[in-house]
Design a protein around this ligand. Structure first.
Ligand code: NAG
Ligand code: NAG
Ligand code: NAG
Ligand code: NAG
Ligand code: ZN
Length: 541
């Protein structure tokens, strides 16, 4: 194993340099090639001694004494420059497991208020998640700057939504759209809106004389939120949006961040939209239904946690993100506890290395309410800071129980230049390790959107949500957005591989961006990403 002389020598040199606070001594580093042998936090990677190149004798001695009670850290100039294989080797199943269990305990802090564990924004589970990340990374304050960015997010809850005909029969598959306001039960006149309701003009000729009118609108062309806003402006009391395609599952979506400008809006499947249209015809335009939505929307303040290395070239920033929040219905350990833990673990291990480019870990909030935190952060970057951000990598759901290795299908034509290079880094990794991968649409479902919208190249991987595993025909994450998204929902094989891949991505780009495309001009920030069907987990149009 380790020659104890070598160990002593290296330790003495580190301490001496530290105590005397002498400036770096390049000759010394050169002679002993120290960068290759010294690690962070009391672990040493020793090769017999300076000139010997015997790789077999590497030994990484993680000692519980150092880990738990005292983290010895080498002065920055003595750390080895980050290397992918080395950083990857620091990621262990045991630490991922410990973190996952800790995060589940954190989710349980919401039990009193919600009746079950959750890390939804505004809950104790979410604020404790932020505190936990901060506490762990504050121990590395010699390496990281941590900043908090507060922002207003909307939070909504739909308790029930019903439509019943005058004969008392209910329309069976009515869903209140996310972030819909509520409305007291009322009997309303159903009016069919022509042309998809994307222009106020579609509604105005029909502007109801009586107050209690319900707009029946077909899905398509523009976001649900726009349709609802137009209906409100034209004086309707509530709206029904029906699907424009047959779909085996029930149909719903979100009105998006449009607090106070929308009316109560429900979604119904195509068949039931057609049933309503037939009933309008049969009644000679005198269809009345009972309509009720029990829901509320509120504005709450939540926080993005931005953790950036002190060192590294500030003109070339490597950024990566995961979301700290979950949905109300469950603890969110895979979504996105897994990505949060991956980032946290990689951040802790990266602190043992010297880096060439600055690295920014973004723990963003309110992803589940429509990518609010990431979009807010991306839009808040000054033109200079935007320009210096070379890329963004999104890590959302790393450990799905029936996982596939999914890579976002980015390209350099539709997405900012560099997005394709990120995709290829992931593909190369999976292929070279003998894993299958599948490409999945880069269509708005996670936190990369806000960055693409301001011109920053982006990419990411995932292990699967509510979709079907093409290898075995079963759902990828059977607990997606459910109460059972707990520690037992994690596949640790996928978790380890994906976290090591994240380490690889960080190490690769933190070390060298010379082959990575230079930034192109930044785009104007957009407030609504109309070109995507999804915003976060939910359909928006
Ligand atoms: C995680 O740790 C628990 C004990 O805390 C153990 O029972 C379980 O087997 C571990 N899981 C993995 C995948 O190592
Ligand atoms: C929405 O309306 C309520 C009640 O009028 C008001 O208190 C609140 O500030 C409004 N919120 C926004 C974001 O406009
Ligand atoms: C962006 O960076 C490039 C060089 O990478 C520089 O030429 C350009 O002036 C910068 N633009 C802004 C707005 O900072
Ligand atoms: C990869 O996919 C192919 C075709 O679906 C399958 O035959 C093969 O067993 C898979 N390999 C692994 C390692 O999962
Ligand atoms: Zn997610």
């Amino acid at each position: 194993m380790v020659s104890s002389n070598a160990l002593l020598l290296l330790a003495t040199m580190g301490l001496a340099a530290n105590a005397a606070a002498v400036p770096p001594q390049p000759q010394l580093q050169q002679a002993f090639e120290i960068e290759d042998y010294v690690n962070e936090d009391g672990s040493f990677t020793i090769i017999d001694l300076p000139m010997s190149n015997n790789e077999d004798h590497k030994c990484s001695g993680h000692d519980s004494y150092y880990q738990d009670s005292f983290r010895f850290h080498w002065p920055y100039f003595l750390k080895p420059t980050v290397k992918s294989e080395s950083l990857q080797s620091k990621i262990t199943l045991d630490s991922l497991n410990k973190s996952a269990n800790a995060l589940y305990d954190i989710a349980k802090k919401s039990k009193k208020e919600y009746g079950h564990p959750t890390r939804v924004i505004g809950s104790k589970g979410h604020s404790a998640t932020l505190k936990w990340i901060k506490k762990r990374l504050s121990k590395l304050s010699y390496y990281y700057d941590i900043s908090e960015q507060d922002f207003d997010a909307v939070y909504g809850r739909v308790k029930s939504a019903t439509i019943t005909f005058e004969d008392g029969l209910p329309l069976p598959d009515v869903k209140g759209m996310s972030l819909t306001p509520g409305v007291e039960p009322f009997l309303g006149h159903v009016i069919e809106i022509p042309n998809l309701g994307c222009d106020l003009e579609d509604f105005l000729p029909l502007a109801p004389i009586k107050k209690n009118s319900i707009a029946l609108i077909e899905r398509g062309k523009c976001p649900f939120g726009e349709k609802s806003k137009n209906a409100k402006l034209a004086g309707f009391k509530s709206a029904i949006i029906y699907n424009n395609e047959k779909h085996p599952k029930s149909f719903s979506g979100t009105l998006g961040d449009n607090i106070n400008s929308t009316i109560a809006t429900v979604a119904v499947p195509l068949e039931q939209g057609e049933e309503l249209k037939a009933a309008i015809l049969a009644s000679k335009n005198k269809l009345y239904v009972n309509y009720a939505v029990d829901a509320y929307v509120e504005s709450i303040t939540t926080t993005n946690l931005i953790v950036e290395t002190k060192k590294g070239d500030e003109n070339n920033v490597v950024s990566l993100g995961a979301h700290t929040d979950g949905v109300e219905t469950g603890p969110g350990i895979n979504d996105d506890g897994s990505g949060t833990i991956s980032l946290l673990t990689v951040a802790e291990e990266l602190a043992g290395y010297k880096i060439n480019n600055k690295v920014r870990f973004m723990f963003v909030a309110a992803e589940e309410e429509g990518l609010l935190g990431s979009t807010h952060y991306a839009n808040s970057l000054s033109p200079e800071a935007n320009n210096k951000t070379r890329l963004m990598m999104d890590y959302d759901m790393m450990a799905s129980p029936n996982f596939q290795f999914q890579v976002y299908d980015a390209n350099n034509i539709d997405n900012p230049k560099g997005s394709e290079e990120i995709k290829n880094l992931y593909i190369d990794y999976y292929v070279s390790h003998g894993y299958n991968y599948s490409l999945i649409p880069f269509d708005g479902r996670s936190d990369y959107v806000g960055f693409l919208d301001v011109g920053i190249p982006a990419g990411g991987i995932a292990a699967g949500a509510e979709g079907i595993n093409t290898d075995n025909g079963k759902v990828l994450d059977k607990c997606y957005h459910e109460l059972c998204d707990d520690v037992s929902n994690l596949n640790f094989d996928a978790f380890l591989v994906n976290t090591q891949l994240i380490a690889h991505s960080v190490a690769t780009y933190a070390r060298d961006l010379s082959d990575f495309p230079l930034r192109e001009a930044q785009a104007e920030p957009k407030t609504v990403a109309n070109e995507y069907k999804y915003r976060g987990s939910q359909l928006i149009l």
